[in-house]
Structure formats: C-alpha cells, structure tokens
Design a protein around this ligand. Sequence first.
Ligand code: SMG
Ligand code: MG
Length: 384
Amino acid sequence: MSAGLIAGGELRRIALDLVTPFRTSFGEETARNVLLVAVDMEYGDATVRGWGECVAMTAPLYSPEFVDAAALVIEEHLLGRLAGQGLCADDVAGHLAPVKGHAMAKAAVEMAILDAELRHDGTPFASRIGATRTRVPSGVSVGIFDDVDTLAAQVDAYMTDGYARIKLKIEPGWDLEPVGMIRRLIGDDVPLQVDANTAYRREDIEHLCRLDEFGLLLIEQPLPEEDLLGHVRLAERSTTPVCLDESIHSAAGAVDAIELGACSVVNIKPGRVGGYLEARRVHDACRQRGVAVWCGGMLETGIGRAPNVALAALDGFTLPGDVSGADRFWRRDIVTDPVRMTDGTVPVPTTPGLGFDLDIEFLDQVTTARRTLSGPRPARRADG
Ligand code: SMG
Ligand code: MG
C-alpha cells in the first residue's frame, strides 16, 4: 500500500434524474444531487486521481447529513487534517476521527484516497479486501406507491428482470396489505423483506408482529435510530428477524446492538459507517458472531455502486444486497461500464481502483457545480 500526498482535487455536484420516482416513509426522490470528491494523490513522480461519492441526500431526512453540509465539512474540516503528510487510505479514518459525526462526508474522502491508492498499486478493491466471489446476488428496493396495483406492476417488472430478492418500503398505512399482496403475487419461495426507515414507534410492535405471517427475510429499521431498546422489544416478540440500518454507525456499535439483542441482521452501508474500511470491520465483527449482513444502497452512481458490489462479495454477506443494476435508477450512468444485473446477479468489478472508469463527457454534461481544491491548506482545529 503506497503512501501519497494530496496535491489537489475538486468537489463536484452532479444532477441525475431517477428513471422513476422513489418514495420512502420519509419522502420522495425524483433526482439525485450527488457530491463527488476527486483527490489528486502524488506518489513520488506519479500523480493519480481518485474519486469518491458522498451518499448524503439533498435533505437531512434519511440521516442528519445532507449534501451542502457534507461539501462544507469536507472542505473546511476534513481535507486540512490530511494535507501535507504521507497518507495511506488506512490512515484516513484516524486522522478524521477528531471531527464528530459526518460519516458520509468522511467516507467520500476516504473513498477518493482509496481509489487513487488502488489505481496506483494496480489492485482491484475486491482483492484488497479479500473478496473472492466473482458475482453476487442482486436485490431490488421498491418504493411506496399510491395504490397496490401500481406496486404489483412494478414488482412484476423487477421479477421479470430477474432480481434475486425484493425489498418493499413500508410505513404506517402501507404495510400489511401491500406486503400480503406481493407475497401472494411472487409466491413463497422468492426472498422478500421490508424497510420502514424508522417510521414506526414502540406502540406499533404488536401491529408489526402481524407481518410475521408473510415469511419475510427480515424487517429493516422499523423504529427510530436511537431506539435500540425498542428494537430489542420487537425482536423478542416477532419471528421476523430484525435488521438495523440507520442505527448502525460503526463496528463497535454493531457489536453493541447485536449483544443487546436489538438485531440479528445488519445492513452495511459504507457511507453510514464512515467508509469502506470500517464497513469491512462491521462485516468482520458480525461474521465472528454469526450475524448475517448484506450491503445496503443509497441510490449510488457507478462510483459508489462498483465498490458496493465488491464489498458484497465478502464471505459474510450471506443475504442479497441492495446492489441492483445501474438501470434500476439511471437512464445513463456516469461510468463507462455501469453495473449490469443478469440472472439475478451482478459481476464483481476487476479493474484496478474502486472498480469504475468515468464517462467524463457525460459527467461534464450533468455537472452543476465544480470547485477546485488547491494544495494543502492548514487544518482548522478549533472555533475562532
Ligand atoms: O440504492 O438500491 C438502492 C436503494 C436502497 O432502499 C434503499 N435505500 O434505507 O435502505 C434504505 C434506503 C436509503 C435511501 S432512501 C432515499
Ligand atoms: Mg434501509
């Protein structure tokens, strides 16, 4: 692993329309306003550009992070801590640790440095983390609709595409009926799971237990992020395995949640835990404890989608992830070789780096703002 110096880079905003609106319990997305981070790393004579994608959404509705805040944090509080010193991707999280929170912003920076390092070393990300599978099962996340017939038509289309597992978004008023209807439509053998994005409260535990009859793989994050005890109570009552998403911010946090009995499955999202290297540690901690994990998605472009697929190729990822084909979300991706789902699986990227090559022409077309990051600037270490 090479140590390099940050010589410059850029922050870019791009706007990409979704092929179809994606509604969850917290809102509807029709387009993504994505923050990309490019970092130019100097390794002796060679300068290599690496790219990272920040998974923060436009508004702080999935988590407290949002795109404008992430851009500011990266520029004003993170990059300065990395400047002027020999740096491996492995060092990044330690240098950024004094900054509280902002996992998605930190993850994007670490990604860019990791991408540069892997490109310089000629190593694909999957090899770096020891992932050996060449294809991984591909699940699809299906939003909330105004009526069950529209939902049924959408699920039917994804089944025809060949997706290996269906995840339905649920919220109060959109749960037993659509889930029961889809279970009847797809039959008992197709893996089905649900995700509430924190929309329920402890008073709803009895109601949520009624989902048990549908033979779900898991129920994802029914209760608020902070309510671990509520998830323990649900897990005690329900036969459907409880999976945490929003509540898990680190490997240590995952271990606590597991030991408390708050979950028996973990959704791993690199952005939510501060980067791919911590995501790997979450995987390792869960695997040691016999807890199943799967790779979550944040409607990534090809920059984030490729390493998600590689991560999902680690042995402990025993459940299909939200690693759908790029065409689930995008008419055209910003990479030259978008992730393609065939026969319910997606291929693990083998190119050096995080696993993508940018379609620069299209990237430029969808760019809405660019900010050049000049060389090292002093870190801002305290207020004032
Ligand atoms: O990328 O396939 C994807 C989306 C998967 O449902 C998905 N993500 O809570 O797991 C989740 C959501 C978070 C994003 S919703 C805008
Ligand atoms: Mg989720």
